[in-house]
Design a protein around this ligand. Structure first.
Ligand SMILES: [Zn+2]
Length: 157
């Protein structure tokens, strides 16, 4: 852990505290590249009425916009709390190199955030999930996948 890691995490924590002053949840995130902050964001779910407006998602969107790429290889993310499954997925999709976190998913559960619950749902078979999942029209939907596979001029990600 370097001095800069501590500095960036302190900034993420600061954002998590500031967030509440504007009506957001107690979460902050910072994305860095080559030792410099590229983007930062706090939770804005209730402010924007956007259930996906987590700090990490906001920071990823801004970093991708600034760097003009969907591939954030070479970046690190500092999150004031261990990322929820949605943000974890976004971090993988963005190919961020390293994740630093402060609070844990259990700390989040202790103040009634659903992170741990969703982590448990992921490993549940469809029938045991608390939200109903049904599969239909796979053959029709596969048409788009076949077309993608055959497409020669595509940007893979
Ligand atoms: Zn999240």
């Amino acid at each position: 852990m370097s001095e800069k890691d501590i500095l960036f995490m302190r900034r993420a924590i600061e954002l998590s505290l500031e967030s509440m002053k504007t009506g957001g949840g107690p979460f902050g995130a910072v994305i860095t590249k080559n030792g410099e902050i590229i983007s930062e964001c706090c939770n804005q779910v209730t402010v924007l009425n956007d259930p996906t407006a987590h700090a990490e998602i906001g920071a990823i969107r801004e970093a991708a916009r600034k760097l003009n790429t969907f591939d954030l290889s070479g970046c690190e993310i500092y999150a004031s709390c261990e990322p929820c499954p949605m943000c974890l997925g976004a971090i993988y999709w963005a190919r961020i190199d390293r994740v630093f976190f402060a609070n844990t998913r259990n700390d989040a559960e202790n103040i009634d955030f659903d992170d741990s619950f969703i982590y448990r749902e992921i490993s549940c078979p469809f029938k045991e999930r608390s939200i109903e999942f049904r599969q239909l029209l796979r053959e029709e939907a596969l048409e788009a996948f076949r077309a993608w596979e055959a497409l020669e001029d595509k940007v893979e990600y």
